[in-house]
Design a protein around this ligand. Sequence first.
Ligand SMILES: NC(=O)c1ccc[n+]([C@@H]2O[C@H](COP(=O)([O-])OP(=O)(O)OC[C@H]3O[C@@H](n4cnc5c(N)ncnc54)[C@H](OP(=O)(O)O)[C@@H]3O)[C@@H](O)[C@H]2O)c1
Length: 325
Amino acid sequence: MGIFSSVTGRPGPSGFGSASTAEQVTEGVDASNLTAIVTGGASGIGFETARVLALRRAHVIIAARNLEAANEAKQLILKENKTARVDVLKLDLCSIKSVRAFVDSFSALDLPLNLLINNAGVMFCPHQLSEDGIEMQFATNHLGHFLLTNHLLEKMKHTARTTGVEGRIVNLSSIAHIHSYEDGIRFEEINNRSSYSDKRAYGQSKLANILHANELSRRLQGEGVNITVNSVHPGIIMTPLMRHSTLLMKTFKLFTFWMWKNVPQGAATTLYVALDPKLKGLTGKYYVDCNEMKPSSYARDEKLANKLWDFSNKLIDGASVPKAE
Ligand SMILES: NC(=O)c1ccc[n+]([C@@H]2O[C@H](COP(=O)([O-])OP(=O)(O)OC[C@H]3O[C@@H](n4cnc5c(N)ncnc54)[C@H](OP(=O)(O)O)[C@@H]3O)[C@@H](O)[C@H]2O)c1
């Protein structure tokens, strides 16, 4: 798969390509035995992911910080699909307290958990610290998902063990992971304001998404757990993600219109990785346009992934965070 295939939509070895839609890549899949959490499922790629998962009869939990938008998303899904199973739960990924509260609320539902789609994200925001004192793009895109995943793992392991059905975790990364800071992850200066670059901080957080998926994948393989963890670049799609760079992105699109996807195409790689039976057992991979691709050398660096794992745990332990009531 190269730029030619991306532009023309020509299918790759998987039989799918950049022009494939989420519905096309899941045609014929019966997900009625699956429960899925989709973070940021109220808009953009996450909404389409939730919609198509529900269409394939999965029980979907939309995890969102804006409950009004999430309930509207749920109603839209139900309008087209009266038998859809969709629930909405509050989750603010840039708050450790909120992530813990979400896990408590999900546990109270006493549902199994087969699929975790770590989709939510922010892009190019001005320098800002989360309520836990951590740079916002890193806190939202990586750290919140890192904590969420760790806290949901026991449930996922239990589900995989008792049902014999493979669990799958999908991290939404980006091609932007290649444009991080010089050392990949700037551990010593994670919150530094004076040298902050909104673009590189986004790249850093998306690099962290791949490193997290790869490190978790290795750990689960070591334990012999029946859960795969992969990351994806969805393509370039005009969504509310661009809210901090609307003019820049609209101008960029004028010159690169041939590279852009619509939202149904943007959700295809996530759905392919989450549901395609041919991907059984495949873990620690990176997918673009529904085909495996090699990410950057930093993204493949096992030492960096291990260091990020320890660093993330220390950040969470060190944050002066009140426990969720
Ligand atoms: N669109 C692209 O071209 C593109 C390219 C590469 C990668 N991606 C990745 O794809 C994923 C989905 O992006 P999208 O394009 O679909 O953007 P989007 O429509 O803005 O969706 C992102 C979702 O994340 C939610 N979110 C943001 N901060 C959150 C927080 N603190 N807690 C909980 N939810 C939060 C947003 O909720 P609010 O509405 O409340 O903000 C929104 O529902 C992101 O991870 C993004 O990095 C997108």
